[in-house]
Design a protein around this ligand. Structure first.
Ligand code: HPA
Length: 237
């Protein structure tokens, strides 16, 4: 057991809630804390990775950025699960649509997260690991999004890639053939850390661009769809 503070988080034991929401962007974490949480206190600011703890409808909730990509998500989620006694991490981020029925602003809940990353090699498994969401968090998220009524959503496989600017023009088409709904860059690393530490994780993504149609979101659209995703995450926190 490492002691706290950790190499990347300066908080004290007990500073984080049992559930941490993780956007990629530190400024998003700050916005969430200021907009949705009551009595939010800054508990981490190492490398400008803002972490806050406050309450939402009386529940203690934390929010901290993951940074971009699985190495960054891997560090923060591992330290939260392992050294800060966090039980649930809910990634809230953007994703690129790969399924023709998905429109900009739709919500995708990642039941599984495929990956082109070598993250799982560390476990020395005699086969291929299938990173999956916590069934309990997934079920709660589906219940919450259904209750909201007006939110367009899909639940299924996403792909977490190490590469944003790929040199392989066929890579996305290959994932699409397997029914993968959307791409992002963090969920698989999060799901593997949750599996290894016996904790719970879920990725809820808003479609910010489409690899099918080439559409991108305006900042206005991003803001309102972001609110839907936040509401789902806060409901289940
Ligand atoms: N690729 C990877 N991550 C993303 C994308 C994408 O097209 N859009 C939003 N996050």
């Amino acid at each position: 057991m490492s002691t706290t503070p950790t190499p990347h988080i300066s908080a004290n034991p007990g500073d984080f809630a049992k559930t941490v929401l993780m956007p990629g962007d530190p400024l998003r974490a700050k916005y969430i804390a200021e907009t949705y949480l009551e009595d939010a206190v800054l508990v981490n600011n190492v490398r400008g990775v803002n972490g806050y703890t406050g309450t939402y409808h009386g529940k203690k909730v934390s929010v901290m950025a993951s940074g971009m990509g699985m190495p960054s998500m891997g560090i923060y989620s591992y330290e939260l699960f392992k050294f800060y006694d966090v039980d649930n991490i809910i990634r809230i981020g953007t994703a690129g649509a790969m399924h023709p029925d998905l429109k900009i602003r739709d919500v995708v809940i990642g039941m599984g997260a495929c990956t082109d990353s070598n993250f799982a090699a560390q476990y020395r498994l005699p086969g291929t690991f299938a990173p999956i969401a916590s069934y309990e968090l997934l079920q709660k998220a589906v219940d919450a999004v259904k209750a909201m009524g007006s939110v367009r959503y899909k639940v299924g496989n996403i792909v977490s890639s190490d590469v944003f600017y790929s040199d392989n023009p066929d890579a996305m088409a290959a994932w699409q053939k397997m029914g993968v709904l959307a791409c992002e860059m963090e969920a698989a690393g999060l799901y593997m850390n949750a599996a290894r530490t016996g904790k719970n994780a879920l990725a809820i993504c808003t479609i910010s661009d489409s690899l099918v149609t080439g559409e991108v979101t305006t900042s206005e659209e991003r803001q309102s769809s972001f609110h839907d995703m936040m509401k789902i995450a806060l409901e289940i926190a």
